[in-house]
Design a protein around this ligand. Structure first.
Ligand code: RB5
Length: 149
């Protein structure tokens, strides 16, 4: 699996833990920045990761900002992206099981690097369950088709 990773200055505190965890799980990591604590704009990094996933350049993504919220909102503006803010391992597992989230969003001011490790592992190793959940994802795709250019 190739996983695109992106963050702003508020999320960079989690990046090393996330990258190390993904490497330990056997993933190939595509690091799309940012690379320092200098202030940057989270939509740029949400878009970069989302486009990498939507185009197939990466299989999935992990994005980080201060809360995970702003960068997830940006990523979800790219068609085909299901980016979920997660703050614990239960949410991480369930958003793969039920939502087949192709991106998770983490908050560097919300969770610790240790919690990020557990969350990434829970999401990465969980399986999408399909079945009744696919009908709901198809409904989301229909909303996209009707409302995206
Ligand atoms: C940047 O200060 C902060 O607004 C950003 O990292 C994020 O929390 C936005 O949702």
């Amino acid at each position: 699996m190739k996983i695109a990773v992106g963050c702003d200055h508020g999320g960079i505190v989690l990046k090393e833990s996330v990258v190390n965890t993904l490497n330990a799980l056997g993933a190939e990591v595509l690091d799309l920045g940012c690379y320092s604590t200098d202030s940057v704009d989270y939509p740029e990094y949400g878009e970069k990761v989302a486009k990498a996933v939507a185009s197939g350049e990466a299989d999935a993504g992990v994005i980080m900002c201060g809360t995970g919220i702003g960068i997830s909102i940006a990523a979800n503006k790219v068609k085909g992206i299901r980016a979920a803010v997660v703050t614990n391992t239960y949410m991480a597992k369930l958003t793969k099981n039920h939502n087949n989230a192709n991106i998770i969003a983490l908050g560097g001011r919300v969770i610790s690097p240790e919690e990020a490790k557990d969350i990434v592992e829970a999401w990465y190793t969980a399986e999408y369950e399909g079945g009744r959940h696919q009908r709901r994802l198809d409904m989301i795709s229909r909303i996209e088709d009707e409302n995206f250019k």
